[in-house]
Each structure stands twice: as C-alpha cells, then as structure tokens.
Design a protein around this ligand. Sequence first.
Ligand code: CAO
Length: 578
Amino acid sequence: MSVIEIKVPDIGDFSEVTVIELLVKPGDTVKAEQSLITVESDKASMEIPCSHAGVVKELKVALGDKVKEGSLVLLLDVAAVADAAPAPEFVAAAPDEPVLESKQAKAPVAPTQVATNSVAIAAAPVSPAASTAPVEVRVPDIGDFKDVAVIEIMVKPGDNIRLEQSLMTVESDKAAMEIPSSSAGVLKELKVKVGDKVNIGDLLAILEGVAPAADTAPAQAPASVAAPVAAAAPAPVAQAAVSAAAVVVPAAVLAVPAHNPTSAPVGLPHASPSVRKFARELGVPLNEVKGSGLKGRITDADVQAFTRSVMSGAIQTLAVEAKAKSAGAGTDGAGLGLIPWPKVDFAKFGPIERKEMSRIKKISGANLLRNAIMIPAVTNHDDCDITDLEAFRVSTNKENEKSGVKVTMLAFLIKACVAALKKFPEFNSSLDGDALIYKQYYHIGFAADTPNGLMVPVIKDADKKGIMQISQEMGELAKKARDGKLSPAEMSGASFTISSLGGIGGRYFTPIINAPEVAILGVCKSTIQPIWDGKAFQPRLMLPLSLTWDHRVIDGAAAARFNVYLGQILGDFRRVLL
Ligand code: CAO
C-alpha cells in the first residue's frame, strides 16, 4: 500500500472556502482528475479534482469545514490502482486558465469556476511528428461553460496556423475566450461558423501539414513541474469582463459581493452565497427561481433571467401574487409592486429589426439596474478652471512627443481624485452592513467605451504612480479593453471610478455608481467660458464635473467639498504636493 495525501491546490484569491459537497467516500476508486469535493467561497464554487488515481482511504474533511490551499482533503492509496493504470505525468496549469484538450493531450476537468495552479493539470502531450495527416482541433476544456456561442472567427481555410494562434472567440454569459490552435499547420476546413453553439470536445477545424515537433511541447514534461501550460496545451484566454473565475464580470458592471458572514441555512434553495446576495439585492425570491446549474444549482444567470422575465411581464401572475401578499403588510421594496414592462408590437408602426444585445451589455444592464435602484444616489455638478493645467498638459505632450505616451486630462483627474479621496476617505469606502470599509489603497477605475460595451479597467495604486506612468497604463488598458483582451484582474479592485466623456462632448451627466464603490466622477468636455474675475470677464477653460455619491455614506456637504477641493487641485496642481 502506498498512501499519499491529496491537498487543496492553489485556489486563487480565496483564503478560506467552505466544503459544501463530498463527491467521494472511503473505498471509492477515483481516477486522476476526478472531482473529490465542492468548495464554495462568497464568489465561486469549485470542484477540487484528484491529482492521482487511487482508492480513497480516508476523508479528512467534512461538510461545512473551512479549507484553504494546502489543507488535507483525503488519503489516497495509489498502489491499489498502480498496476491497472500508472499515474500520468502532470504539468501545472497557469492560474485561471482552463486547459486545452487536444488529440495529443487529454486535459483534466478544471475546477468548476476557478482554475487552479497545481490541480488543474494536464497530462503531458506527446509531440506530434512532422506529418501531413489531417489533425482535428476541438474545443478544449473551457471550464463550466456549456453551449458557448462562436462570436468571431479569426482564420480562414488556407491560412497558415501557428501553434496556439487564436482561431476564434467564443462567448458565454460569463466570459469571452479565444480558442487557440492545438497544432500548427494549414487550415483545411472550418467546422463551425459565427453563431454556432459549441461545447467541450466539439470539432472546430481540420489542419493539414502539421508542424514538426519543435513547435510543440516536449514529449515528457517532468512530473509536477510548473511548466507554462501553453507549451503543452494552449489555454483559452479569458477576456471580457466577466469574472470568469467565478464572478469575472466587468468591474464596471458587477459589484464584487460584499462580505456575507452568514452561512446558508439548511433548506434554502441550492445557490452560492454570492448568488443569494445578488438575488436579495434584486429582491428576487430564490425559491421561485429554477436552477440551471449542476444539480439544479441556481446561478447568477438564473437570477438575471428571472428578473428579465418579471420585467417583461412574462410572469405577471407572480408579481400580482407578490403584490397581493404584501398588501396590508406594507411594501418592503422586495416585491417593488411595479406594473409590468410595456409589451409593444413595434412592427405595427413600421419596419423593425431585432438584434440580441452582447453578453456584456446584458450583464452590465442587470448590474446597472441593481445599482440604480438600490443606491440612493445624488449627483453634484460643478465646473473647475483647468486653463493652466491644460497649458501644462499640452507643453508636456510636446516635450515628450518622442516617448509615444500621450497625456490626457484623465491622467491628471486620476491623480487629483486620489488627493481628494485621501482628504475625504469616505469616498474611498464601501458599505458592509452597518459598517464602512475604508480602503487604504487607491485603485482608480476608468470607464472605457468599447465595441462590446462599457468596460472599466483599473489603474492600481494610482497614488504611487506619476502622470506619465498613469497615462501609459491607461493607454495600454484602454487598448486591451477595446480589443476585448482585459484580464479579470485588470478590471477588479477599483475603489473609485471616473467616467470621462471629455473626448466626446456634452456638459453634465449622472453616472451610476459602480457598487460596492460609493461614488463616481463623471467628466465632460472642457470649454472656454467667460469667467468674472472681479473686474472683467476672462476666457477660462472650464471642465464640467458630475459627482454621483451614495447618500447612505456621504452627505451633500461632503460631496460639495469634494468637488470644490478637486477643482482647487485641478486649478493649481501644485496643491497635490501639499
Ligand atoms: N475636455 C476636452 N477635451 C478632452 C477631455 C476633456 N475633458 N478629455 C479628453 N479630451 C480630448 C483629449 O485631449 C483628446 O484630444 P486630442 O486627440 O486632440 O489629443 C481627445 O479628447 C480624445 O481623448 P480620449 O478619449 O482618447 O482620451 P481620454 O484619456 O480622455 O479617455 C478613455 C480615454 C478610454 C476613457 C475614452 O477613450 C473613453 O472610452 N471614454 C468613454 C467613457 C464612457 O463611455 N463613459 C460613459 C460611461 S456611462 O455609460
């Protein structure tokens, strides 16, 4: 008997997660990669797979236990199956990267929502020899996503395809991913078209003239070595917004769930804490939502679908019942008591075309709706004089023409906001029940307009960066946003957001707070205005500001002071140094 310990692998950013499901018991024979337990954080549930084949000797966790990376899950007798099937050699997958399954490399099932470092492991592929035989490229393991839509095809028959070259983009309700090629060669035939729905293992393309082994991974990757998984089996690149690892959603549009200390009482519908919280925030009665996840588990998408159907009046009777129930007891807001969304046959009035909104728009819509309804938001408008700052900006750009970095007003605004956030810390806080979490970091999100919808990349530690560095990072992040290549990490963690329409136009607007942040600054186009200096009107360049704030946390006076202070800094940037 040779017994080894199976431990919780690197589970990303989660320090402690709860065991919510035991999928094996002592005596069970398990295959390598077979899921052993399901764990759940406030953001995601994930299955922990087994790194070896063997027989379960003893479980070391029970339902409800809290575990973290390195916690012992079970003891496994690997000798029991050694004769029958020798354990494969493994390489570690990169974090958050589902592993590609190709003909040469059989990848294991990645944890449900968060891929891991040490357990999402791929058997080392056998390098293909130089060959002209057709090779099939199939959908790799893309995690917990089913029926993902092909939204873009980047190659065409006849193209020379490199190993790992992106072939197409697929999109689920949580993320868009590029599917890379598992081989090099000439594209003989595409087996899918835009709009097709695909699943793991589906045939995507056929390549011919497969490249020699030099292009591919070594045949024998050393056991348990953290080799870049791309070399062995390219991983799809999670792009879009959406917190693929669990709640990978656009930072702009999906609030990171606040800390929820209470664990689920027994008997509640099967849903993770974050989904329950999301449902609570939208006033969705979870026991009326049909779960589409594993074993009927209710997902964010189910809650959103329920909300949409209520809004469209599809289940009017429920609304009527809810209203009837709340009558007499007074409305608590959960039942909202709204009349159904108007259903109009527009075709009666003229020609129409119906187009599905992008996934990002759908997700952002639900989150914007929640934020708009749940936050008692007020917007203060103000103007500030940026005449001198603009002159400085223009001269800075002239001096640094060769650097390739363009400084726009937004970089100065980010820096000025950091100074204002330091002076008025409640603007850099989040509500947590009856308490406020004051963040001691200054991560500033900025709204970026992209072809797929609104994205919010985040400049991390803006207080520690200069204007040039902020400008450079902004340029890179804005480009990634437009190309749909932002990683979840690049969109998370903002403590305050700026939405600048200055490059487009307009005077003022009322931006919606990106919960759980408590304020957002909207900026429009600066214009020359006649400003009275006590003796005469002077032509001054005035920048319109629109600060939206959460009245539960911030008072009107503080908001006015914030804007005034911001204006003073932008009027004379030397104040940042004070
Ligand atoms: N007043 C006058 N001009 C301004 C300005 C302002 N407040 N802000 C920017 N400009 C100018 C820039 O100087 C630049 O001029 P030049 O081309 O002559 O140099 C031009 O407008 C374009 O700037 P930009 O938009 O490319 O750069 P930015 O740093 O100001 O903004 C980004 C970057 C990514 C934020 C912006 O491109 C964008 O996507 N804005 C839209 C954000 C949005 O959609 N918000 C709404 C959210 S709510 O739905």
